[in-house]
Write a protein of this length. Structure first.
Length: 209
């Protein structure tokens, strides 16, 4: 994954009022820190940042040029706060990284294919923690569940990692479980049992009266 260049402005206003004014100006409040550097409060162009995340994913590396500062800084989003209603970015934590440095990140996992008939796929985790070189972070992983029978599991060890990457969890970390789906007869039987239980309870209540 190649880095995306983005310009930032130093942020001098803080608090809720300052953050609102920053967002109204089409910017996202952010803080840049790491590698022993003093945290920098900056503002990123919201539209450019959103486009980069849509294209490169949450582990997109940025080359950040801060107005008035000498040189640029490589950084990786560490935490992103979003407004779920407006679907906008509220605040971003960026951690400084160096070329050649390995970092731990959570990478999205997508299940592809269809499990065997009459099964139910239960997702246990939609991300997988790995350690990889900062400039070569994968966008996501696809794992096939094609034809898997009830009782099967998809684990971290089933994921094919790119060269230079390694798991940050145990290989038996469960990502998904394939279970037996209930049949229509079983569901109807369950409803009937609940109905009988309700009738029994009513009868007992009447007898006590």
């Amino acid at each position: 994954m190649s880095e995306v260049k983005i310009s930032a402005e130093p942020r001098t206003e803080f608090g809720k009022g300052g953050a609102r004014r920053t967002r109204r100006a089409g910017l996202v409040p952010a803080v840049l820190y790491g590698h022993g550097e003093k945290p920098q409060h900056i503002a990123l162009p919201a539209r450019e940042f959103a486009a980069a995340i849509r294209h490169g994913g949450l582990n997109q590396v940025f080359t950040i040029d801060v107005n008035g500062a000498s040189g640029s800084t490589l950084a990786l989003p560490k935490a992103i706060q979003r407004d779920p209603i407006k679907d906008t970015y509220e605040h971003i934590d960026l951690i400084i990284v160096k070329r050649g440095e390995k970092v731990q990140v959570d990478v999205p996992v997508t299940l592809v294919g269809e499990a065997a008939r009459n099964t139910l796929v239960v997702s246990e985790s939609t991300t997988l923690a790995i350690v990889a070189e900062a400039m070569h972070l994968p966008n996501g992983f696809e794992v096939s569940i094609e034809g898997l029978e009830a009782g099967a599991q998809v684990t971290a060890g089933d994921v094919t990692l790119p060269t230079g990457s390694e798991l940050a969890v145990e290989p038996d970390f469960v990502l998904a479980i394939i279970s037996q789906a209930q049949t229509a007869e079983q569901l109807e039987g369950g409803d009937a049992t609940e109905g009988e239980a309700g009738e029994t309870a009513s009868a007992e209540g009447s007898s006590q009266e």
